[in-house]
Design a protein around this ligand. Structure first.
Ligand code: 2HA
Ligand code: ZN
Length: 269
């Protein structure tokens, strides 16, 4: 159990220190494989079955380590058992129960629909090889959704790719842009899962970003690179705008060099 707790402490601490997780902002979930779950095996349930907002048969029987609603990511390092919990999905994918955590009482993140619905797609698209999902509030990504007119998936992706030469390697499928929707809503959850089925990052206009990965490091790293690109982009705008930028030829060459399979449609915009 300690190794798992250490992983979520590291990620949540890094997020808080980056300024991505003010107050109760941001949340993390990690699907637990059999080996990781062993530490919690045999724990008596701490709650009854609670109905999920919709059936998710893709994740029936799965267990997740999830940060708690209203809890602060910066406090996970100090008290993981209060600020995170382990939930188990029933055999039909219709309900969940608490096995550990949220001491003395609590519940999973308000963004649980986005997390669980995305995990359904992530499990499917990676052939059960990816386990991590992070939602967070990094300043520059959010600022970009105010500063640039008519943003959509292609223009946002191209802007980020052009702003930092690593981006096209880290997210060759791009970043999906989602127009503002109510935090915690099923609409936002469904739209996010849909986006995550196509790409590994989804930006929530005026709110934040979501990223997935094989593990917390990979999910964090993707968000970190997107945030760095957004920061560079904003600095360039503040310095009077780009006088030159990475060309499509250069971007394609970087992708070819690192053998990345690109979403070519991004170049259409
Ligand atoms: O957990 O980040 O989007 C608080 C939030 C809601
Ligand atoms: Zn949020």
């Amino acid at each position: 159990m300690q190794k798992l707790i250490d992983e979520i402490k590291k990620t949540s601490g890094d997020m808080a220190r980056r300024g991505w997780a003010e107050s109760n902002g941001g949340n993390i979930s990690l699907r637990l494989n059999e080996e990781r779950f062993q530490a919690f095996n045999g724990f008596p349930p701490k709650s009854g079955w609670m109905k999920l907002p919709m059936a998710m048969p893709e994740i029936a029987g799965e267990r997740f380590l999830v940060t708690g609603t209203g809890r602060f990511l910066r406090n996970i390092e100090v008290a993981p058992e209060k600020n995170t919990g382990v939930i188990e999905i029933d055999q039909k994918g219709e309900a969940c129960q608490l096995l550990w955590g949220y001491e003395p009482a609590g519940a999973p993140t308000s963004e649980l629909p986005a997390h669980l619905l995305s995990h359904c797609r992530i499990k499917e698209k990676t052939n059960n090889q990816s386990f991590a999902f992070i939602h967070t509030h990094p300043n520059s990504v959010i600022a970009l959704t105010y500063a640039v007119a008519n943003l959509e998936t292609k223009s946002l992706t191209r802007l980020l790719w052009q702003s930092h030469a690593e981006c096209i390697v880290v997210f060759p499928q791009g970043v999906e842009f989602l127009p503002w929707m109510m935090a915690g809503s099923m609409d936002l959850g469904k739209a996010t899962a849909d986006a995550i089925s196509r790409r590994n990052l989804a930006v929530w206009q005026f709110h934040g970003i979501c990223g997935c990965g094989r593990n917390l490091d990979e999910a964090f790293g993707r968000i970190d690179v997107a945030e760095k690109a957004a920061e560079i982009c904003l600095r360039v705008m503040a310095a009077g705008g780009a006088k030159q930028t990475l060309s499509d030829v250069q971007l394609r060459a970087i992708a070819a060099n690192f053998k990345c399979s690109l979403d070519e449609a991004i170049f259409d915009c």
